[in-house]
Design a protein. Structure first.
Lengths: 122, 114
């Protein structure tokens, strides 16, 4: 079955960096755009970043553009999120999410990982 | 960015009764070239990730019970649970994917048992 497993979360000081990983299995990873979506404690959902199926096209929500970098390794079926210059407001559970349609990036998500908690605090 | 507004913020319904969550978008989500509404509904239970219930406003995902249905077009949408079950207690989110990036979510509706 389709499975997404995030890792790399933790507690980090403001201004520092962290890298999240998302290991995918059960589907043809290289045929799907992938996303990161976050959820601050007790709050709603916020889309963060997208990467196209082949890794060429990327985009970000304005609040993280220039600080976060999404990437993927299709040979390893793994998605990444490099987070730099972290701020307290980046504290959230970060979910990786699979695009609902092959090749396209329609931005709806038919499978989600369990999430990785990132806490930015001094 | 398109703003998604759900109503109500919370809802308490008796077991076996109908529950309806509404979602309004700040602009139309209907793409006239293919006559599709770019709207999804998700269910999130405590401590779990969201689960896709419905895409394209009314297309139920495989394995989702048929008591869940989506309706609406343009700017006004609804998620209806025809007969509430105990396992349906959750927060429900609508999401537009008509105008990306960013896609945007509603604020969520918390559904409880009365």
């Amino acid at each position: 079955q389709v499975q997404l497993v995030e890792s790399g979360g933790g507690v980090v000081q403001p201004g520092r960096s962290l890298r999240l990983s998302c290991a995918a299995s059960g589907f043809n990873f290289s045929n799907y755009a992938m996303h990161w979506v976050r959820q601050a404690p007790g709050k709603g959902l916020e889309w963060v970043a997208v990467i196209s199926y082949e890794g060429i096209n990327k985009d970000y929500v304005d609040s993280v553009r220039g600080r976060f970098t999404i990437s993927r390794d299709n040979s390893k079926n793994t998605l990444y999120l490099e987070m730099n210059r972290l701020r307290a407001e980046d504290t959230a559970v970060y979910f990786c999410a699979k695009e609902g349609q092959e090749i396209l990036d329609d931005y709806y998500f038919d499978c989600w990982g369990q999430g990785a908690l990132v806490t930015v605090s001094s | 960015d398109i703003v998604m507004t759900q109503s109500p913020d919370s809802l308490a319904v008796s077991l076996g009764e109908r529950a309806t969550v509404r979602c309004k978008s700040s602009q139309s989500l209907l793409y006239t070239a293919n006559n599709k509404n770019y709207l999804a509904w998700y269910q999130q239970k405590p401590g779990q990730p969201p689960k896709l219930l419905i895409s394209w406003a009314s297309t139920r995902e495989s394995g989702v019970p048929d008591r869940f249905s989506g309706s609406g077009s343009g700017t006004d949408f609804a998620l209806t649970i025809s007969s509430l079950q105990a396992e349906d207690v959750a927060v429900y989110y609508c999401q537009q994917y008509y105008s990306n990036p960013p896609c945007t979510f509603g604020q969520g509706t918390k559904l409880e048992i009365k």
